[in-house]
Unconditional design. Structure first.
Length: 72
């Protein structure tokens, strides 16, 4: 899973899978879900993310894998 914030467009993209998106559905204004060929959710795109999500803090707990960070 990857979480990427793009300040130039104020958008947040959450990659849930390495599989490519083949279909997108806007579920509310500025929130788009991306699906793979099998219909599984592979990503979430949030426009105007600074207004819709708390971007100042990210809390991760009990993840079964490795946590990596990347400076902006």
């Amino acid at each position: 899973m990857k979480v990427n914030y793009h300040p130039e467009t104020d958008s947040l993209y959450i990659d849930l899978s390495e599989k490519p998106s083949v279909e997108s559905r806007e579920i509310s204004e500025g929130v788009v879900l991306d699906y793979d060929a099998e219909g599984s959710l592979v990503g979430v795109d949030i426009d105007h993310a600074s207004r819709k999500a708390g971007l100042r803090t990210l809390t991760l707990s009990r993840l079964p894998g490795v946590v990596r960070t990347s400076a902006a």
